[in-house]
Ligand binder design. Structure first.
Ligand code: AMP
Ligand code: ZN
Length: 666
């Protein structure tokens, strides 16, 4: 029987891996999303029923779930070198002459690739399966970010065909522009600042502690280099094409050029066309194509001699700064914005640019009326990089940063170490009031159907709401007269509000909008305190003693509850029937028995599935880590614990316990 099941599971995994690759790498799906989901559910069901067949590389593992507090350092098997840079064709010509001097023959061809702008990653494969993903770090050692990288759908967990036994492949984790913009739209919706550029967001994603969060981000991985002992190929291009065949995402833009003139041609074409790409590139990487020649050329202390990057010039234009305006965020942070005479830049029309903060303005001495240089580097929102002083008008005056809130006229404050000014009028400043209510109703918080950001502004303007508790006083008859409202939409809002009374405590806590209390922290606090009353009665010492709650969060929580108006709002919400306690169901099975202990789970189990085991550790207050380190207290080992884990556990003297021993502990 179990043989048959194993077969079935293997077949489903193989099929799903292929569909995944069709969709994410080849961009040619052959089944509908619905059919895909059905198959995935079937596999998930079988894996739950037969946990002995658990495989970290199963397509079901893409959703994440592992929490990693400290990423383990790994020494790269092969050093991750940097690249020499060049900025002009002369420099490229010099590079070619140096190559010719070293090589016996002058016949050299090159591959040209775009320089993908993201975070470098090294993927280690053994026997056709993804074993580990490592960040570049200092080139010699980096961080093990496997749990996060596994969630990126275009990275094959299992190769579709034979390739090379064991190898490493390098690439760049990127965030395509569409996905980046969508993420920012969501963020702005919940009142958070937009991320400034795709590169930083991609590299920040790799270091998130919760891999389910990473799984939600539309990351991609573009590969550019296979590293292994004696590759069985003649050229770099051939190697990449073979890698593409077995499932790696290697962009079609790559091209072999027979001489340096053809390289220049490639650069010219892409310098113009790069703005049409779905992702960002900041240059071209030119590599000697022949692997034998690469070996002859070797490396300098820092970089390969056989490769060089050509950096595109950041596109820059000059235009006139008409006005500086100031925006207020949900938390009261002020952002200065430059309003420009419209100008064409990098394929788009630019009218506004970010000025960041007061220091930035005074550092560059930016003044209204100035002709300024605007650049679009890695950033989506263009920035001002300098002033054309020769064109400065005679009567020009230095910019005086605003001292009062543009919204409510309250005097701004700036705390030590903060680059931004803040409006301290939290409960009187219109933008902050509506921002908080908009956060409250947002998808990840109370998720109230029918209510949107604009409706909140309308309701506020009409004097119908002043804080989020007021929402629950609304009547259909009050909503109908508002712009673009009808009976049905008004009723929807009321229904949505009614339904939100079932939203669990942890989400309600997040919805309150306490600064620094995001989704994850809200969950932690809810689980620890179990009710809002206990949380309100807590103090600073107790809070910082809660796992993963630092001083900044603790202070913010205390400040929030010290404010009487917040307590009043919470009281009102309580009366309206919102959830301010953990439900009985979620409290059952939860204890503090494992508080302070870190577990690593390895192998397959009989009585309990791996996800159940992990949940059980967390429910009892313990922490689950994916990799063994000095901080590990116990390894719960089932059958087939990997030999390398075993050796590592022994060398660090960590106690290995069985499934039964674990169950006894709880
Ligand atoms: P830099 O960070 O400017 O020193 O440039 C070196 C980095 O460029 C490498 O570490 C890679 O992560 C990245 N890179 C992006 N695209 C490529 C490519 N096609 N070939 C090689 N490296 C690339
Ligand atoms: Zn204000």
């Amino acid at each position: 029987m179990s043989e048959v099941i194993k077969h079935k599971i293997d077949a489903l995994r193989k099929e799903l891996h292929q569909h995944n690759s069709n969709y994410y790498v080849l961009d040619a799906p052959s089944i509908s999303d619905y059919e895909f989901d059905l198959k995935l559910q079937e596999l998930q069901y079988l894996e739950n029923q037969y946990p002995q067949f658990f495989d970290p590389n199963s397509p079901t593992q893409r959703v994440g779930g592992d929490i990693v507090k400290n990423f383990e350092t790994v020494v790269h098997k092969n050093r991750m070198y940097s690249l020499a840079n060049s900025y002009s064709k002369d420099e490229l010509q010099d590079w070619e002459s140096r190559i010719h001097k070293i090589l016996d023959q002058n016949q050299v061809s090159y591959t040209c690739e775009l320089k993908y702008d993201g975070a470098s990653i090294n993927l280690v494969y053994e026997r056709g399966k993804l074993l580990r993903a490592e960040t570049r770090g200092d080139g010699v050692q980096g961080d093990d970010v496997t749990a996060n990288v596994r969630t990126i759908k275009s990275i094959p967990l299992v190769l579709s065909d034979d390739f090379i036994q064991d190898f490493e492949i390098r690439g760049e984790i990127i965030l395509p522009l569409d996905g980046f913009n969508a993420m920012n739209k969501d963020r702005v919706e919940i009142g958070e600042d937009a991320y400034s550029n795709p590169r930083n967001t991609a590299s920040g994603s790799l270091k998130l502690q919760d891999s389910t969060e990473v799984a939600k981000r539309p990351l991609d991985c573009l590969l550019y280099q296979v590293v292994g002992q004696k590759l069985p190929f003649d050229s770099h291009f051939e190697t990449l094409m073979k890698a593409k065949k077995v499932g790696f995402n290697i962009p079609n833009t790559i091209k072999v050029c027979q001489n340096i003139d053809a390289v220049f041609e490639f650069i010219n074409v892409w310098d113009k066309k790069r703005h049409e790409l779905p992702y960002e590139t900041d240059g071209v990487v030119i590599k000697v194509n022949d692997l034998q020649q690469q070996a002859e050329l070797g490396f300098t202390a820092k970089a390969p001699r056989w490769a060089i990057a050509y950096k595109f010039k950041a596109e820059q234009v000059s235009t006139i700064l008409n006005e500086i305006t100031y925006q207020v965020g949900r938390t009261g942070a002020i952002t200065p914005v430059a309003n420009l005479e419209s100008v064409q830049l990098a394929g788009t029309i630019v009218k506004r640019a970010s000025l960041h903060n007061a220091d930035q303005i005074s550092k560059l001495d930016i003044r209204v009326g100035d002709t300024v240089f605007v650049e679009k580097g890695g950033e989506i929102i263009p920035k001002i990089v300098g002033v054309d002083l020769e064109k400065r008008p005679q009567n020009s005056e230095p910019t005086k940063y605003i001292s009062h809130c543009p919204d409510c006229d309250t005097e701004l404050v700036r705390t030590e170490g903060d680059a931004k000014h803040f409006c301290p009028n939290e409960y009187g400043c219109p933008t902050q009031i509506t921002g908080r209510i908009q956060h409250f109703i947002s998808r990840k918080a109370m998720n109230i159907d029918g209510l949107g950001a604009e409706t909140i502004e309308l309701l506020f303007k009409e004097g119908l709401i002043n804080n989020y508790a007021d929402l629950y006083d609304l009547k259909v008859a009050q909503i109908i007269p508002l712009e673009r409202m009808a009976d049905k939409s008004a009723q929807n809002i009321i229904d949505g509000l009614l339904k939100s009374k079932e939203i669990p405590f942890e989400k309600v806590l997040f919805a309150l909008g306490i600064r620094f209390v995001g989704e994850t922290v809200a969950k932690k606090l809810a689980r620890h305190y179990k009710s809002i009353d206990k949380l309100i009665l807590s103090n600073f010492e107790a809070l910082v003693n809660v796992d993963e709650i630092g001083e900044v969060i603790a202070k913010s929580v205390i400040d929030f509850f010290n404010d009487l108006s917040n307590i009043q709002i919470i009281d009102k919400l309580k009366q309206k029937g919102l959830q301010f306690e953990m439900s009985q169901a979620s409290q059952e099975n939860q204890t503090d028995k494992l508080v302070g202990l870190t577990f690593v789970v390895s192998g397959v189990f009989e009585k309990i599935t791996r996800p159940e085991l992990k949940k059980s550790i967390e429910d009892n207050g313990g922490k689950v880590s994916t990799s063994i380190s000095k901080k590990t207290n116990y390894i719960v080992a089932g059958d087939n614990m990997g030999p390398s884990k075993q050796a590592k556990a022994e060398s660090l003297g960590i106690t290995i316990i069985s499934e039964d021993q674990f169950l006894k502990m709880i």
